[in-house]
Structures are given as structure tokens and as C-alpha cells.
Write a new protein. Sequence first.
Length: 586
Amino acid sequence: MKNKSVKIESLKILLRYVFIHNTKVSICSLLLSTIETIASIAFPFLIGSTIDTFTSNGITDAFYSNIALMLFATVITATSGYLSGYLNNVVGQLVVKQIRNELMTKLQKLSVPYTDSISRGDLLSRMTNDVELIGDGVTQGMNQFFSCIVTVITTMGFMFFLNSYVALSIVVLTPFSILTTASIVRKCRVTFKRQQQNLGSLSGLTDELISEQKLIVAYNYAEIANDRFEKSNEMFRESSMSANFFSSLSNPVTRFINNIAYLTAGIIGVYLRLSVGTIGGFLIYAARFARPFNDIGNVLPQLQAATAATTRVFEILSAPVEIDNSTEILDPTKISCKIVFKDVRFSYTKDVPFINNLNLVVNPGKKIAVVGRTGSGKTTLVNLLLRFYEIDAGQILVGDIDIRSVSIDSLRRCFGMVLQDTWLMNESIRYNIAYSRPTATLDEVITAAKAAQCHDFIMQTDNGYDTILGKNYDDLSEGQRQLICIARVMLENAPMLILDEATSSIDTRTEKLIDDAFDNMTKNKTAIIIAHRLSTIQNADYILVLDKGSIAEVGTHLELLMNNGIYSKLYQAQFAQPNALVLMYN
């Protein structure tokens, strides 16, 4: 029952896109399709009438009139069919364009917890394969389905006008074709849904294996990767074969039943001694009456696929967005850069606490470092501060203002952020740096690039700041890409900074230059540095050591070393032997 309601809801959504968002074009397409169908159905009647006229009276004016009417019907059928098909394609493309635009807009608003729960490959599959299936369903399926219904109604009208007994014999056999088609369609719905799910899984795995190809080769993981891909590919093949089998079954089965109806019409027509023209018209109508059910049998699996795709697409469009009911705006130029975590509690999973009663004060202009073992809560701290995730209890204050009382956009504009994973676009270097402030002049971009130590290698590229970065950025090293991201933040000049292992891919000499630049940039600003390389945080005002979501230690670099706690052990593991440290600081 639940699946049925979901299917009906998906179909309603699809119809809304067709008839509400593209009303005029859709109605014109359906009207032309109706005209085409009626003109083509009138043709067998005109043929029968012409045959009877010729056999009774020979070539007369009535005969020529019927020939002229048949030519007119042919022209009308061809013209309206072409225009209907063209407009139907227009509707399909408009629907696809609109859904893709809405998907991309929605993706920018989705909550981080939701995007973390779905694979990138599956998202890509929904935006490409599923949307294309919706377009095919609109372009071919819905128009053909409507045409089939009009054909059935019109054909029945002409048949009962010619002879009710023969018409009734044909109509009586129709339910067998309908029931057969319905049973096949129900099976198709299940198999097409499974096919789309397996396609999403295959797309996600493909994206993973392609993006991590170097790592696969480095770890000799190729055989295992191929095995995983083959299994996923086989699951998709099996579901596709099942879907294709049932979708292909409807046509021959319904055709067999319809041929029986065709034979019955001929026998009854002869028994009732109908005219040659009338029997000929009935035989054509029997075939025409059967054809829509064959077509419906063919098009329903396509509509089922489009409906299943619609369900997957609108799972994204109906997904929860970031809640931002606040109207108060934080002004980056006036805000006090004090950050306070007050009795903060948070959990990623219900009933599994991760952060308990966290209390932290970061005074304006201070540079604090956050360290800890993997999974200790370093990135979670940033996620909560920027409201990527919402806290369960407590308060986070920025400038004595609860961050839940201000708009998310204005909150995030107060922070400049450099992540460990670089993100650049297939645009010019200047565009990538100015992404944080699109109105920046070239001189401002160059100043930021020089501060980030990337001006020299930029000028060595073919077109300097106008060089277009390749799709995979193969023309830049990992360190160079990270420097461009750092220049982007320097250009933004936000009052507070978050650096998540911002120099992880940079050599030691450049790292020292960047640290000096950061020191200049962070004057009178609050900076939170998440670090794994402890050499980068020795000059921090104080260091926060997290362990299992709680603050385990707080102090300067030297104080923490002398405490011989978690930080000391982390430092010893990276740089020195314990005995050497004792001699150094005693």
C-alpha cells in the first residue's frame, strides 16, 4: 500500500511538471495528438465507404469525394503528428531542464547530515540517469499513453457505428488483454525500481574507483576493486535483464490475444453478410483497436521507469534543508571575534553521545590550535561552529550572540576557511582565487597570491592568472592547489579564520613562509587551527587537546610537552624520542 501511494504521488508530481509548469505547450501537444488520432481512425471508415461505393456504383462523384477525404485525412494525420511530436519533445526538454535546475538549487541548500548519508555517485546518477528517464517518460510515454486512450475511444465509436454485434465481439476480448498487461506492468514496476537502485550503487562505486585510481594501484588493490565492480555490475545486469524480460513480454502476449479478436471480427462479419467495405473496415479497426493495448503494454514499463526515477529524484527535492529562520545579520566588519562554547552537547547518532558539556572560550585576536587523535572531535568542533550540524543542547556564541539567532549565511561570511581537501573549479586561476570575493580587482588577487606564496608559480603558467585549470588540475601539484585555496581565504579577509590542516601538502620551506603570512593575516583576528602536523602550531596562543569529544588538555606548546599527557605523546611520536625531550626541556 505504501509503495502504491508513493507511485501515485510520484506520478502526480510528474504530471504537475508537465501540465502546470508547461501548460500551453502541453495542451497544444495533446490537442494535435487528438487531431492526429481521430484523422487516422477515420481513414478505415473512408476506405470501407470507398470500396462499397465503387462495388455498387463504380467510379462516381461520391468515389472521388471519398478519395479527396482520404487524402485530406492523410495530410492532417501527418501534419498534426509532426507538430505534436515536436511540441512533446519541447515539453520533455523543458521538464528535464527545470528538474535539473531545481536539483542543483536544492543541493546547495541540503543539510550536511543528509549529504553525508548519500554517496556522490548516487547523487550523480539521480541528476543524470534518473532525470533522463523522466524526460523519456514525458517525451514518449505520456503522449503515447494519451494517444492510446483517444484511439480506443474513437475506434469503439466508429465500430459501433458500423455494426454493434461485430464491435461487441471485439470489445469482449479486450479485458483479457488489459488484465494481461496489468499483471506484467506490476512486475515491471518492481524490477525497474530495483534496476535504478542498482544503477545508483554501480555509479557510486564507479566514481569511487575512478577518483581513487592512483591509490588502488599503489596498494595493489586492482584485483579486489575489479571484483567489487564485477559483482556490482552483475547485480545491475541481472536487474536489467529482469526488467527487460517483463517489459518485452507484454507485446507478444497482448498481440496473441488481439489476433484472436481480429479473426473473430472477420468470421462474424462474413456470417452477418456485411458488405465487403464494412468487413474490410472492421478488419482494419480490429487491428487498430488492438494496437493501443500493445502500445500501452510497451509504454507502461517506460512510464514505470520514469515514475521510479521521479521517486528517486524527489527524494532529493523533498530532503531536509538547513533550517534558517533567523533574520538577524552578523556584520563581519563590526562583530566581536570572541567565540564561546557553553555546556555544548552533541551526538551524530541518537542515544550515542559524542560531545558532553563542552565549555570553551576563545578570546578575540587569539590563535588557538585544536589537536587530538582521529575521531576525537576536531572537525566536529568546526561543524558545530559553522552550523553544518546543530547542537543538541547548550549554546555557541560569536561576539556574545547565539549563532542560532543569526542567519547561517551571515554567520559563515564571518569565517575564512581552508580545508585539507582542495577544491578548485575548471576556470581561470584568477577566478578561483576571487571566488571568495568576486568583485576583487586583479591587483587585490595578486596581492593575496603573493601573501600565499603562489604568485611566482602562477606567473610561470602559460597565461598567468588567466590560465584555465584543467578538469583534474594535472597542471598543478597538490601543494600548489592548496596555496591557491589559501590565497582565496587571504583575499576574503574574514575577521575569523578556520584552518583545517591547511598546509598538509606544502613543503617545509613554503610552510614557513605561509606561517609567517598567516601570522600577519591573523593579527587582531581569531583563528582556529586544526592540526595533525604539530610543527605548524607551536606558536599558537594555546593548544586545545581533544579526546573522545571532551577537552583533555589546554596549554601552550611547552606546557603540554612538560605535562607528559596526550599532546606530549603525540609530539614524541612525530618528532623525537622521549629521552631527547627530557634533556631538551630540563
